[in-house]
Design a protein around this ligand. Structure first.
Ligand SMILES: [Zn+2]
Length: 126
């Protein structure tokens, strides 16, 4: 693969060290950057229950990896790449899968259209 990104952990000169995290990409709108969301459950002692803490991390998205919104990715810590970026995407663990709801709606519409068509035919016969 032709990867000219010097900040790519596989083809460039960027060294990774420190933390390795996994999370879901929530935004891929920026150039070569994704926002990765990570959920943690933290115990609240007072109520003896858990609460969810969400952290959003900006990570560099090299062109050879090209993670999209919805992907489960592994990110690694690296040197500071910009004001907010000090992580880089190293792997896509699970590509986003499109689900059924998109198909379900058109089916309903078709059935309604058929019913109305029959009614109009009956009217014509009568
Ligand atoms: Zn690369």
């Amino acid at each position: 693969m032709d990867c000219k990104d010097k900040n790519c952990p596989k083809h460039g000169t960027l060294a990774t060290r420190g933390q390795v995290l996994e999370g879901v990409v929530v935004s891929d709108k920026m150039q070569a950057t994704v926002i990765v969301k990570k959920d943690r459950f933290i115990k609240v002692k007072k109520y003896n229950r858990y609460r969810k803490q969400i952290s959003k991390i900006a990570a560099h998205n090299p062109q050879c990896i090209n993670a999209k919104s919805g992907d489960l990715v592994r990110i690694m810590e690296c040197r500071k790449l910009s004001k907010t970026k000090n992580f880089v995407v190293v792997d896509i663990l699970n590509k986003q899968q499109e689900e059924e709801p998109k198909e379900a709606k058109p089916v309903k519409k078709v059935s309604k259209a058929k019913k109305t068509a029959k009614k109009t035919k009956e009217v014509d016969n009568g």
